[in-house]
Ligand binder design. Sequence first.
Ligand code: AMP
Ligand code: ZN
Length: 135
Amino acid sequence: MKDPNCIFCKIANGEIPTNTVYEDDHFRAILDAGPATKGHTLILPKEHAANLFELPEDMAAEAMKVAKKVGEMLKEKLHADGLNLVQNNGEVAGQTVHHFHIHVIPRFEGDGQKIGWNPKSPTAEEQEAILKEIL
Ligand code: AMP
Ligand code: ZN
């Protein structure tokens, strides 16, 4: 299903022209309009899913295959030194466009970008308590 109010639905399905680096039956990969680095690409499913939780399992598996293919292409063609895959779900997690997408971010020595978090130092007891909550 496409969402008529979703810009990434329109982009993924070719209704809004964009810079496509890869396309198949289910996905389009485009250059991010506000790239972190040269070649920063977004992988968009053609069917609307707001986030990972809404994405069907087979499409999630396909998305990772596309990420591998696109990541390898960017690494080779742009001579990247490394690569980040980033995938945000929910505003609290930094998602701004609510159509599932994977960021494929080529990394270059000295590119000045930082993708990360502030590591905490939980005790063994705290980790155990978390495990209990999860399992
Ligand atoms: P996120 O914060 O994970 O939801 O990422 C949304 C990304 O979409 C950002 O990196 C934006 O720069 C990018 N973006 C938003 N609108 C467009 C657009 N029309 N074309 C290409 N990239 C876009
Ligand atoms: Zn959409």
